[in-house]
Design a protein around this ligand. Structure first.
Ligand code: C5P
Length: 239
């Protein structure tokens, strides 16, 4: 992976290696990050995956969010590896086990935010995310990547969109997948998750001071990625 990175530096004279994409739920961080990574031949990691993977592990050994001390001990005794998962995407292996198929399960969905807000669990996840970032050219997406995880990243992007627009996108996605959803319940869930993300004590969702905020209302996926690529090229030619 390093070789590819060094090659990019020299062939494209790309003077940037780490790009962060933060933003609220359902703003399109993963779709944008994946396409951007593909265009740059970078890797892509959605940090929600490590919190979901750890939550799956915890539940599988019988822990719940109230078992704080045991969860902290488990976080420290668990081995995480980041492995290619098709295209630029990276998956997380936990103690040598590939669990991607289980991390969207309803019980993970219900517990992940409660486990992710335990400060010592976060510390461990953040140090793993930083470790991976030393090893490759990377687009990393999440909520606290530009502010906490990689404050020295080369380019920080914060995606925003109105809650109505995000609910529309999420609702369309669910209907296309054949799920039985109502627009009003999708909207209410997003409003609740926004509130949790913005008001939580540890690593609340906010743009880093040096992030470029892109309002994606009315923009297509390609237009958002083109905007970010323009920033990449601006920085490339600035040195
Ligand atoms: O983005 P996704 O919905 O997969 O994230 C799952 C959960 O992981 C979020 O609801 C949040 O509680 C937690 N998370 C976090 N910090 C991140 C990414 C995700 O706390 N950088």
């Amino acid at each position: 992976m390093r070789t590819k990175c060094v090659l990019l530096y020299s062939v494209l004279s790309l003077n940037l290696r780490l790009i962060t994409i933060d933003g609220p739920v359902a703003v399109g961080k993963s779709s944008v990050g994946l396409l951007l990574a593909e265009k740059l031949s970078f890797h892509f990691f959605d940090t929600g995956v490590i919190y979901r993977t750890f939550t799956w592990k915890a539940l599988s050994v019988g822990l719940t969010p109230v078992n704080v001390d045991a969860l902290i001990a488990l976080a420290h005794n668990t081995r995480f590896e980041f492995v290619p998962a098709g295209g630029p995407r990276l998956a997380v292996m936990v103690n040598g086990e590939e669990v991607s198929d289980y991390i969207s399960a309803p019980e993970v969905e219900r517990n992940v935010a409660l486990i992710a807000k335990i400060p010592q669990v976060r510390e461990r996840m953040v140090s793993e995310q930083r470790r991976m970032a030393t090893e490759m050219c990377l687009v990393m997406a999440g909520r606290d990547i530009g502010t906490i995880v990689l404050p020295d990243a080369d380019l920080k992007v914060f995606l925003s969109a109105s809650v109505a627009e995000r609910a529309k996108r999420r609702y369309t996605e669910l209907v296309e997948r054949g799920a039985d959803a109502s627009f009003d319940s999708v909207l209410a869930e997003l409003e609740q998750r926004d509130h949790n993300d913005i008001t939580r004590a540890v690593s609340p969702l906010r743009p880093a001071d040096d992030a470029v905020v892109i309002d994606t209302d009315g923009l297509s996926l390609e237009e958002v990625v083109d905007n970010i690529l323009a920033l990449v090229h601006e920085r490339r030619s600035s040195c």
